[in-house]
Design a binder for this molecule. Sequence first.
Ligand SMILES: Nc1ncnc2c1ncn2[C@@H]1O[C@H](COP(=O)(O)OP(=O)(O)OP(=O)(O)O)[C@@H](O)[C@H]1O
Ligand SMILES: Cc1cn([C@H]2C[C@H](O)[C@@H](COP(=O)(O)O)O2)c(=O)[nH]c1=O
Length: 201
Amino acid sequence: MSAKGKLITLEGIDGSGKSTIARRLSSHPGFSDFVFTREPTGSWIGEAVDHAIHSDTDHLAELLLFAADHAEHISKLIRPSLESGRNIVSDRYSASRYAYQGMTLSGRFDDPLGWVRDMHRGWTIEPDLTILFDVDPETAVARCGSRGDKTKFEKIGFLTGVRENYLRLAEESSESFIIINAGKSMDDNEAEVIDIISSFL
Ligand SMILES: Nc1ncnc2c1ncn2[C@@H]1O[C@H](COP(=O)(O)OP(=O)(O)OP(=O)(O)O)[C@@H](O)[C@H]1O
Ligand SMILES: Cc1cn([C@H]2C[C@H](O)[C@@H](COP(=O)(O)O)O2)c(=O)[nH]c1=O
C-alpha cells in the first residue's frame, strides 16, 4: 500500500488572502502532484451551504449543512486521496466551522467553539498542518469591498470574534498550527507558505 499523503489546510477570516495563495500554489510547478480542494465544496450539499450563507437560515441548520458537506468531502475526496498517497491543500476545512459557527452559535451554547469541535470527533480527519492567515478584520473587509460575492459574515465585528476563535484554536493545537502575518503582499505571503509547506514535508 502507498504511503499516506498529508493534509494541509489554509484557514483565516474572509479577505485574509487564502484563496489567492491556494490558486497560486495550484499552478506552481512544485505543487503539480497535489490535490487542491476547498470547503464549502462544489457538491450539491456545498450549493445548499451557499444558499444558507446568503440567507437568514437558522444557525444550527447552517452548521449541520456545513458538517454534511464536510462528511461528503471526506468520503469522496479527502480519504481516498490521502490513502492513495496524495498530499492535499484545502482552502478552508474543519477549523472554519469551529471559528465561524463558534461565533454564529454564541448564545445558544456555553462554549460554542468547543461544542462544534466536539461534534466532529470520531468521523473527521484532522489536518496534519493548518496555516492560519492572520490579518486584522479592517484590512480583510477592505480587501473584500470590491468583490460581488459578499456573505453575511464579512463584517468587522463578526470577523473580530472569528479571528479570536482562530487564535484560540492555534493556541490549543500549537503542534499542528502555524500562524502567518497575512497583512503582507501576495508575493510575500506566497513565498512564506511555500517555505512552510516545503519544510513541513
Ligand atoms: N496580500 C494581499 N494584499 C492585498 N490584497 C489581497 C491580498 N491577498 C488577497 N487580496 C485580495 O483580497 C481579496 C480577497 O482575497 P481572497 O479571496 O484570497 O481571500 P480569502 O481569505 O480566500 O477570502 P474568502 O475566504 O472570503 O474567500 C481579493 O480581491 C484578493 O485579490
Ligand atoms: C467552510 C466554512 C465556511 N464558512 C464561511 C466562511 C466564508 O464567509 C463563507 C464561504 O467561504 P469562502 O471561502 O468565502 O468561499 O462561509 C463557515 O462559516 N463555516 C465553514 O465551515
